[in-house]
Design a binder for this molecule. Structure first.
Ligand code: KG4
Ligand code: ZN
Length: 361
């Protein structure tokens, strides 16, 4: 089985061709970083336009690299949400057009399912497994029971963890994207010079919160700058980055510890903790998760970085997993800005009501 994957849910335009033999024939990602940089964040309209400008050419290049024409495909998988609605529409409509013209089955895929199953493209990981999904848009702990069957154990009640890294880096004047910049700066810093809070640490459950931590960092930086009437020294910046990263990792570990207990109780056969999403690239996080997983009787698996950040290979692969189980979608599938992977998951306490449209993810 050979499937074309299309990903346009945020600011990466991506196309990939993957086989059911786990062969990645093409895997192209075009970042829009430069287009959004002048605005200090992702602008939804710019993202949608950039996808329109680049997607067709990118798909043509991917097919070229794979050495195939569309007729040789067995299906098309396109991200249908959650994400920026205009951006999602571009990829989904393109996927539908290719499926319609070449009479191929379509999979209108949940982006989070792409992240959740990505590990199985590179490793033999059996269901069920525990997943820590940490990216710029999401921070969740999920039990992956089977394809199309997920149980959310916890989610963030405010910022996603990657978003927190990005905002902290901005406060520290470290540039964008913030995660790698903070990790780099933290290598030269002392984590114990500045004290920062650990939101929700020690509480029951598996939910996350990062906005208070970000604000605490902002206050520390302001106070420091005012006291000296100037900017931070490189040493202070490194120490603050180390303190922030340490606090974030403490929170992630504490919540994951609770999730491992729940997972072991509910799924005694399960033996793996998978980490996915852009923040999984953080070496300090991985180093501290390893002993935690071992103590809980689980092996830790982190897919390679290119598969952790947004890409279309994971979308194509999740499409294959669905098609193998006879799951496909009609050409009337709708793009969705909000789309929780676990429809029965309740909003975490403290988040309030998710509003008329329901929770995002
Ligand atoms: O998965 P991803 O590429 O895109 C989203 O779906 O959001 O994740 C990007 C996020 C950014 O917030 C970035 O700052 C963060 O992942 N990130 C990191 C590291 N590398 C990327 N965070 C912490 N440490 C890193 N080394
Ligand atoms: Zn993502």
């Amino acid at each position: 089985m050979i499937v074309l994957g299309i990903e346009t849910s945020c600011d990466e335009t991506a196309a990939a061709v993957v086989t059911d033999g786990r062969e990645v024939r093409a895997d192209l990602v075009l970042s829009q970083l430069d287009e959004h940089a002048p605005y200090g964040g992702v602008v939804p309209e710019i993202a949608a336009r950039a996808h329109i400008d680049h997607l067709d050419g990118l798909i043509a290049r991917a097919m070229d690299q794979a050495g195939l024409d569309f007729a040789a495909l067995d299906g098309v998988a396109a991200t249908a949400g959650p994400g920026l609605i205009g951006a999602v529409m571009v990829g989904l409509m393109t996927g539908k057009a290719i499926a319609a013209v070449h009479s191929l089955p379509l999979v209108a895929l949940n982006h989070l399912e792409g992240h959740a199953l990505s590990v199985r493209l590179v490793e033999r990981v059996e269901f069920p497994y525990l997943l820590l999904l940490v990216s710029g848009g999401h921070c969740q702990l999920l039990i992956v029971e089977e394809v199309a069957r997920y149980r959310r154990l916890g989610t963030t009640i405010d910022d996603a963890v990657g978003e927190a890294f990005d905002k902290a880096a901005k406060v520290l004047g470290l540039g964008y994207p913030g995660g790698p910049a903070i990790e780099q700066a933290a290598r030269d810093g002392r984590a114990d010079r500045f004290q920062l809070p650990r939101p929700l640490k020690g509480r029951a459950g598996c939910d996350f919160s990062f906005s208070g931590l970000k604000t605490a960092l902002l206050h520390l930086v302001r106070a420091r700058e005012q006291a000296k009437g100037g900017v931070l020294t490189a040493g202070e910046r490194a120490d603050l980055a180390a303190a922030f990263q340490g606090a974030v990792i403490d929170v992630l570990l504490d919540r994951t510890r609770n999730a491992i207990q729940l997972f072991r109780a509910r799924q005694p056969r399960g033996d793996t903790l998978v980490v996915a999403g852009g923040v999984a690239a953080n070496a300090a996080l991985r180093a501290r998760l390893q002993p935690l997983a071992e103590a809980g009787g689980l092996r830790l698996v982190v897919p390679p970085a290119a598969l952790c950040t947004d890409n279309a290979a994971m979308i194509a692969w999740a499409g294959i997993e669905r098609l193998q189980r006879g799951l496909s979608d009609g050409l009337d599938a709708s793009p969705r800005a909000r789309w929780p992977l676990d429809p029965e998951a309740e909003a975490p306490p403290g988040m309030g009501q998710p509003g008329r449209l329901g929770p995002k993810a």
